[in-house]
Each structure stands twice: as C-alpha cells, then as structure tokens.
Design a protein around this ligand. Structure first.
Ligand SMILES: C[S@@+](CC[C@H](N)C(=O)[O-])C[C@H]1O[C@@H](n2cnc3c(N)ncnc32)[C@H](O)[C@@H]1O
Length: 345
C-alpha cells in the first residue's frame, strides 16, 4: 500500500493509472510471444506430451527423457507456474487445468502457428528484402499437417464426413492428406470406408506413415508421397475411387492463378469420372468484418499472406467449379468460421 502511495506521490494519480492501464494492455501481446515460445520448445523436445500424459512427473525424469538443459527447463517451468499453467513443487511438475484446456481443442492453433515460426523468425529479413519465401525461409510442413488436422476436427471434418456418408462414399482418395487426421476421423465415423491419402511433402508423409502404423486403421488406409497434379497412374490403378476429398489443400496453389486449380478439377473429372469431389476450403472473410470482430482468421490470413497463399471468397470457388464444368451437388458455407464445403461432380 505504501509503495502504491509512493508511486502516486511521484507520478500523480492520473499518470500512474494511465501507465498501469497501458502496461496491462501491452502484456497479452508480449506474453503470447513468451508463452508460445515456451510451449513450442516443450512440444518439439517431447516434454509437453510427457507432461500431459501423467498427473505429475519429476523434473529429473523430464530432463533425462529429453536430454534437456536443467537451467532452461527450470526457467520455462517457473514462468509457466507463475501463469498457473503448471505447478512445480518439491521437484515435481503437474499440468494445471488451464494448460489442459489450451492443449485440448486449441492445441492445433498452437501447432499451426509453430509451423510458421521460421517465417516470423525471419520476418525482418523478409521485410527488408534480405530473404524471400520460400527460397530462403520455409514453414514446418509437419506442423502444418498436424496443426490443421487438429483444428479441422472441430468442424470441417464432421461436415465433410457427414457429406461422405450421405453420398455413399466407399473408396476415398484424400489430396494433401497431411498427418491423416481427416482419414482417421472418416474411417472411425464410417464403417467399411477405405482410403488412400497422398501428400507431396516427404517429411509429412514420413510422419503420416508413423502415425498410421500406430493407429487401428493401418488395414483400411494407405499413404503415399504423390503430387495431386499427377494422378494418371493412380487413376489407372484405382478406378474404384468414388470420392476425392481435399481439406484446405487447393488454395495452396491459388497464388499461381485460378486457372491452375480449374485445370486440376478438369483433370480429375476426366481421370475419375465416377468420383464426386468433396472440397473443404477457406472462404475469405471481408477485412471490414475482421476489423469489427478480430477472430483467429486475422492470424490465419497473415500466415497465408506471408507465405504467398491466396484465400478467396466462396463465390470464387463456385466460379472455378463452373469453369471446370463441375456442378455443385451440395454446398455449406459457414461465414462464422470462414470455411466452405462443396460436393461437386
Ligand atoms: C493445409 S495442409 C492440409 C492438410 C490436411 N488436408 C488436413 O486436413 O489437415 C495442405 C497439405 O497439402 C499438401 N500439398 C500441397 N501441395 C500438394 C500437392 N501438389 N500434392 C499433394 N499434396 C500437396 C501439403 O504438403 C500439406 O500437407
């Protein structure tokens, strides 16, 4: 109390209040950076999942399992203890409910952001033309797949699977399958469904193989490294494919012009004439709307902008289907979450 009075005596009440308010306003921004950095370090070293897997673990076990630096680990844990994310007592660490909640549905948000951490680490160089994306800086493909897989479990996968089920899909080809999160979700929900997932990124495919081997779906899902623009062999080998799904994959090519995607749609129509196309894609939110309600789509648009990925409005997707002579069989666009789902043939 005396300390507060001394500050007010020195600065005057209005100035003291103003400064306090401004620091309070600044803190979430700075803290977001510090918390993310700590969580990512724990994530990448495996310490985060070790912590989450148990009620509590000893600091020594964490150190030994991850071959970590004691001082750095203790600094991180002490900071997180201060934020009531973990509790560190008597050499043991316990995860508190706040961290468990953050690592539940929103975990994908942290992982997707981590995928773009290398871009943010070089943002100054990108800004002053000392580096360009993707020549000098790359995002972490594995975490693009993992983060987006976890985020999509909330709404996109349930919507897509509902569509697959109602249209009687049996043999799915998933383009840009990432860590196979969508195909796991689909196989769990639709008995008898079989699938093949392709992805162009070798580390992502290696990771997908790992998780597939440890999953109960190894007999129903196959994964392959392949380019969705080169599906001739797949079409010859698998004429039984009746559903071609892609969740948030096509937009990665829109920077090269819509014609590239229209060409791909035409190719698929010719190679897989019996298959329905299930498209789950971002539908751009007007900037004015985001300004009024700055949802996570602001970050999402930023990550895409910085890595030259173009996001377009729902109307542009409809125009691309029309240009490829595809008809929309079903459509659901959720403005609230900036995502649209289309079944086309
Ligand atoms: C945003 S992620 C979406 C991942 C996944 N569909 C999901 O639901 O989480 C896009 C994925 O498409 C993959 N990809 C990009 N270009 C591709 C191509 N030409 N052929 C196959 N996969 C591609 C990327 O490697 C990445 O894993």
């Amino acid at each position: 109390m005396n300390q507060a009075l001394e500050i007010i005596r020195l600065l005057g009440l209005p100035k003291a209040i103003r400064i306090k308010k401004r620091f309070d306003e600044a803190l979430p921004h700075v803290r977001g950076y510090a918390v993310c950095s700590c969580l990512w370090a724990l994530l990448e070293t495996g310490a985060l999942d070790r912590l989450l897997a148990a009620e509590s673990v000893t600091v020594d076990d964490l150190l030994a399992a991850g071959r970590l630096d004691r001082h750095v680990l203790e600094s991180i844990l002490s900071y997180m203890d201060g934020l009531s994310l973990v509790r560190v007592e008597g050499g043991r660490v316990a995860v508190l409910p706040k961290l468990r909640r953050l690592m539940d549905e929103p975990r994908g948000f942290f992982e997707l952001t981590y995928a773009y951490a290398p871009v943010f680490a070089r943002l100054r160089d990108l800004l002053n033309k000392g580096a360009t994306y993707p020549k000098d800086v790359q995002r972490l493909g594995k975490y693009v797949g993992r983060g987006s897989g976890q985020l999509c479990r909330t709404l996109p996968y349930p919507v897509m699977v509902d569509m697959l089920r109602r249209h009687g899909a049996r043999q799915v080809l998933d383009l840009g399958c990432g860590d196979l999160a969508f195909l796991f979700f689909a196989c769990e929900a639709v008995p008898g469904l079989r699938a093949i997932g392709i992805d162009i990124d070798p580390p992502t495919v290696a990771y997908a193989r790992e998780v597939l081997a440890a999953s109960p779906y190894a007999g129903r899902i196959a994964v392959r490294q392949a380019d969705m623009f080169d599906l001739d062999a797949m079409a010859r080998e698998r004429p039984d494919i009746d559903a071609i799904t892609a969740v948030d994959t096509y937009h990665e090519y829109l920077a090269q012009g819509e014609a590239r995607i229209v060409g791909l749609f035409k190719q698929m129509r010719a190679r897989f004439p019996k298959a329905l196309l299930y498209v789950g894609e971002f539908c751009k939110q007007p900037h004015e709307k985001l300004r009024r309600r700055p949802t996570a789509f602001l970050e999402h648009h930023l990550y895409h902008d910085l890595t030259n990925q173009v996001i377009v409005e729902a109307g542009r997707w409809r125009a691309m289907f029309a240009a490829a002579d595809l008809q929309i069989v079903e459509e659901k666009v959720f403005d609230m979450v900036g995502h649209g789902y289309f079944v086309v043939r």
